[in-house]
Design a protein around this ligand. Structure first.
Ligand code: FES
Ligand SMILES: [Fe+2]
Length: 395
């Protein structure tokens, strides 16, 4: 029996150490035993002006040079898994449709009929469909964006259906996440969402996951305040003292940059690398938290993965699309009970604790109480994130 055989799942679909990418396994190998972990963090002097969370001018700068300039996450492959499926996305304030046509390719379009602009798909739920029909005068489009049906077409002179397809947006599917460029006239470099990040997500099975639960949050907070807690461990034992805090160590995580993105790898409380069982669910011992530049978060838990897309809508407003992924749909009452309990718990922790903290910060910062925000040593990934973000601004 070789090592690979020994590491095969005993149960169906259990994520094992060996199923992770080499890079993820190397990160785990760098986690010190809990008993020897150095809880100290560097003393840093890092501040950011409070107005980066408040000013419209700063928001406009981010919108133009980051959100309209980089590939941004809009939805998951799992929500358009089958050829002949589509979903509309409204969270960025730009109505978008993401489709998977019969050829298996994922495409994105502006959700606007090319007759008189009517929105074509009015909800944001996944649909099985082979075509899209406008609710107004019933012009019909294929999922590849081609206009295929026009009632009373003989009454339009000099008309060629081929001239009026849906307006297509640059789009790429990588590691189970669908990214688009919001400006259809720009060229986008999608290489930043490929490579190690996509390889890690493949290993986590994100492209083939089941979307167990999905909830949209409309928050009164700047998107960066919503993001910050996912880049630091300082708050975990404080804000989450009554929930998940006691499960985590109060020490720095193993942090890797995957291109512009962040991957934080941490052991649960009492982590001991010598006790890692290759036949046990690896996510019980280790947590991966990814920050996808600029605005998405992926966090592993023993039985599910959380994906959050944080769409900025104004200096003090963020739409969060929260999705809980499981390896498969629950196929027995015990699994259903476990997933339902996890879903309620995670919505309570993120919604009731992290998102609430972001709204509380926004409320306080808006008073003008202080000129800058101060970061402690356990929050040192936040200034590093801002450096990358701000590198996109014109100098
Ligand atoms: S606006 Fe869509 S068919 Fe008229
Ligand atoms: Fe948190």
């Amino acid at each position: 029996m070789n090592v690979a055989t020994a590491a095969r799942p005993r149960e169906k679909n259990v994520p094992l150490l060996a199923s992770l990418s080499t890079s993820q396994q190397e990160a785990i190998a760098r986690i010190p035993p809990h008993a020897e972990a150095d809880a100290s963090a560097p003393a840093i002097d890092e501040r950011r002006p409070s107005n980066i969370f408040i000013d419209q001018a700063r928001f406009d700068l981010e919108w133009e040079h980051v959100f309209r300039a980089l590939p941004i996450p809009v939805t998951l492959s799992a929500l358009v898994a089958e050829p002949g499926s589509l979903i509309a996305v409204e969270s960025y304030g730009v109505p978008i449709i993401v489709t998977r046509a019969r050829d298996g390719e994922v495409r994105a379009f502006l959700n606007a009929c090319t007759h008189k602009g009517s929105k074509l798909v009015e909800d944001c739920e996944p649909h099985a469909a082979s075509r899209v029909t406008c609710p107004y005068h019933a012009w019909t489009y294929g999922l590849d964006g081609k206009l295929i049906g026009v009632p009373r077409a003989e009454t339009i002179a000099n008309f060629d259906k081929g001239d009026r397809p849906l307006a297509q947006l640059p789009c790429r599917e990588a590691g189970g996440i669908v990214y688009v460029g919001l400006d259809r006239k720009r060229d986008y470099d999608f290489s930043m969402v490929e490579g190690q990040l996509a390889e890690d997500f493949e290993a986590l099975n994100i492209p083939r996951a089941h979307v167990y639960g999905r909830k949209m949050f409309d928050l009164k907070a700047n998107w960066k305040l919503v993001l910050e807690p996912f880049l630091e461990g300082y708050h975990v034992q404080r804000l989450h003292a009554a929930s998940v805090g006691p499960m985590f160590a109060d020490s720095p995580t193993i942090t890797d940059r995957l291109g512009p993105h962040f991957r934080q790898t941490s052991g649960k409380i009492n982590f001991d690398p010598a006790k890692l069982d290759p036949n046990e669910n690896i996510h019980k011992a280790v947590t991966f938290a990814y920050e996808l530049m600029p605005n998405a978060v992926v966090i592993t838990s023993p039985y599910y993965i959380s994906v959050m897309i944080l769409a900025p809508r104004g200096p003090d407003r963020t739409m969060v699309d929260y999705m809980m992924l499981t390896r498969e749909a629950p196929d027995n009452p015990k699994a259903e009970e476990l997933f339902a309990k996890s879903y309620n718990m995670v919505l309570g922790v993120f919604g009731g604790e992290d998102f609430r903290a972001a709204e509380l910060s926004q409320a306080g910062l808006s008073t003008g109480a202080m000129d800058d925000v101060l970061y402690v040593g356990l929050e040192d990934k936040i200034p590093a994130f801002y450096e990358t973000l701000e590198s996109h601004f014109p100098s």
